[in-house]
Design a protein around this ligand. Sequence first.
Ligand code: KG4
Ligand code: ZN
Length: 387
Amino acid sequence: MTILGIESSCDETSASVIEAKNNDKKVTILSNVVASSLRIHAKTGGIIPENAAREQVKYIIPVITKALKDSNLYPPSSKNYLQSSTIYRPNIDAIAVTVGPGLIGSLLVGVETAKTLAYVWQKPIIPVNHLIGHIYANFIRESSKFKVQSSKSDTEVSFPAISLIVSGAHTDLVLMKKHGDLQLIGGTRDDAAGECFDKCARLLGYDYPGGPKISQLAEKGNPKAFQLPRPMTDSKDFDFSFSGLKAAFMRLVNETFSITNTPVSKNFRWKHIALEETLSESKKQILSDLCASLEQAIVDVLVSKTLKVAQKYKVKSILLGGGVAANQKLRTDLQSSIINLKSSIKFFAPPKSLCTDNAAMIASAAFFNHKPVPWQNLTANPELYFN
Ligand code: KG4
Ligand code: ZN
């Protein structure tokens, strides 16, 4: 089976073709094209939904065309197909598209394009929840191009599994008893982990998304240098809260560099001048220590809750997903804590390039949850969550 995936829930426009046989436990990527409008959002300090959708309208057709070309499905071998009165239909079995959650304007670009193509090409269409898509980045077969990290030589996911989805808008723990049987166990009560990274980075003058920048600075810092809270690690449920940690970090930065309401703070927040650029070498080390302490606090909370839920539900696999899953500290700490448990739990994290939004994960989710709908019934749902 060959599926064309389309993803446009936030700032990325992506199309991908994947291939798998009926009994396959993983899918193979034939192409995966991602166009990002990040540079535009960096200027505005965050995503302005209308700007994102306007960019996606420009990119969606070229991105889909490139994905079909890269997978050798387009153009057809006959050279005069453009003159032909018959419609060219690529050799795919279905179209998968993200229907939510996300920004409504952005979602509509993908959904309406997918509906049109499904109608013209006479192909079935499979709606996909973006968050479930992040989980299915773990079901993409290893290749030299897309290496999937696994703690075991056995690369097959065993159920029940727990997925930690950590993105810019979500921090969710999802129990998976089998394909199609998903249950939300915990989520964030306020900010998501990625949002905490991004907003703390913004305070330091970095453009959106600041998570990778904090992580880069943290590499040179001491994670024990500053004390920051680990919110809700002792709570009996599996929920998260990151807004208090964000506020504590902001207070610490303001105290350490005495920057509240000075012209410097106004400059680096609004004129895209990073605080780092205004600091001496010794103070730059303090900044790295602050970032390392923040990253460690976020990672500690994520690891502790994931291990607790894994033990409670006696899971056989732990799966990471979402943009923050690209964070090396999170990958390493989670993997080593699983090893320390001396259990047989398998650990999976998608290749870093497939952690952030992409259409391959959407097509992968569609392969394992093959529920086509008539194109007329397809609607975008920005509020979509887990049932
Ligand atoms: O999944 P994603 O691409 O988009 C959403 O669905 O939200 O996730 C984007 C998030 C941003 O918050 C970004 O800062 C974060 O993922 N992120 C990281 C790293 N790479 C991306 N956060 C921390 N460390 C990273 N290396
Ligand atoms: Zn995402």
